[in-house]
Design a protein around this ligand. Structure first.
Ligand SMILES: Nc1ncnc2c1ncn2[C@@H]1O[C@H](COP(=O)(O)OP(=O)(O)O)[C@@H](O)[C@H]1O
Ligand SMILES: [Mg+2]
Length: 257
């Protein structure tokens, strides 16, 4: 197998809202096909990091760089970040009244994959994909996220992920609201896409989904800083003791990777 290259590099990122610093010097590198898990208690800055990477104007990047391949994506608008191959699944996805799922995903697929499937072919393709994600055919014509349960929103997000085949996917609490079958399905999708080269950053505050996955690295974020990094032993500790006993230590391994 060829040696995987660093595909996504966050370098000393500092993000502020109007009033306070929410991400405080976060750095990490991820290679194609890797899975990195970012954990941390409520309010530690996990979603702020995701939203800043998406280009949400409420989150102001004051310092740092973020490279997707060789491009510093902080200079790009959100659409162009997606076109470069960045996919973000938000903890609180927006609903789009008046926009059906079939049209929304068709437009996204056209724009990002430069594919122009005829509507009927696309409809059939999407129906099959939604069925695999555990959603019935009638979701195709429903407005995006309008009245969807938490679990249904996650499943739509997963179908979108499979459609867009990104280079890097950042999933913010994709496990919340999912039942056991949903968790297993999510893990299967992540592992399949990793084999195709997609790099994943999974953000969560529980270890529920991690039973079904094999992460390369685990980080703990607290007050906007990565305070600890490790492997499965860190997950076991968090599972047993929560975040309170996680001590600050330098993750020297990540510096070189
Ligand atoms: N748009 C915002 N305006 C003001 N404060 C915010 C905003 N977004 C996040 N925060 C605050 O920043 C901190 C980190 O929030 P968040 O990134 O959502 O944490 P997490 O996702 O780790 O639970 C919290 O104290 C939250 O209240
Ligand atoms: Mg959050």
């Amino acid at each position: 197998m060829r040696k995987a290259k660093i595909i996504f590099s966050i370098q000393k990122l500092e993000v502020w809202t109007k009033t306070k610093k929410v991400v405080d010097g976060v750095s990490f590198n991820i290679k194609s096909g890797e899975l990195h898990v970012l954990m941390g208690p409520n309010g530690s800055g996990k979603s702020s990091l995701t939203l800043a990477l998406a280009g949400d104007p409420r989150y102001i990047v004051k310092k740092g760089k973020v490279f997707l391949g060789t491009k510093n994506i902080l200079k790009l608008n959100p659409e162009d970040r997606a076109k470069e191959g960045l996919f973000l699944a938000f903890q609180h996805p927006v609903s789009l009244p008046g926009v059906s799922l079939v049209n929304f995903l068709r437009l996204a697929n056209n724009a990002i994959n430069k594919e122009h499937m005829p509507l009927l072919v696309w409809r059939k393709h999407l129906t099959g994909m939604l069925e695999k994600a555990g959603l019935s055919e009638n979701f195709v014509d429903r407005d995006v996220n309008v009245g969807f349960s938490g679990g249904e929103q996650r499943r739509v997000e997963l179908a979108t992920l499979v459609t867009l085949r990104p280079r890097v996917a950042l999933l913010d609490e994709i496990d919340s609201g999912l039942d056991v079958d949903g968790l297993k399905y999510t893990a299967k999708i992540i592992e399949n896409m990793r084999r195709q080269g997609t790099a994943f950053i999974l953000i969560t505050h529980t270890t529920r989904l991690l039973k079904y996955l094999a992460p390369n690295k685990v980080y703990v974020l607290k007050a906007g800083k990565i305070i600890s990094g490790g492997g499965n032993e860190l997950l076991t500790k968090i599972d047993k003791e929560g975040f309170k006993n996680i001590r600050v230590f330098k993750d020297t391994r990540n510096k070189k990777s």
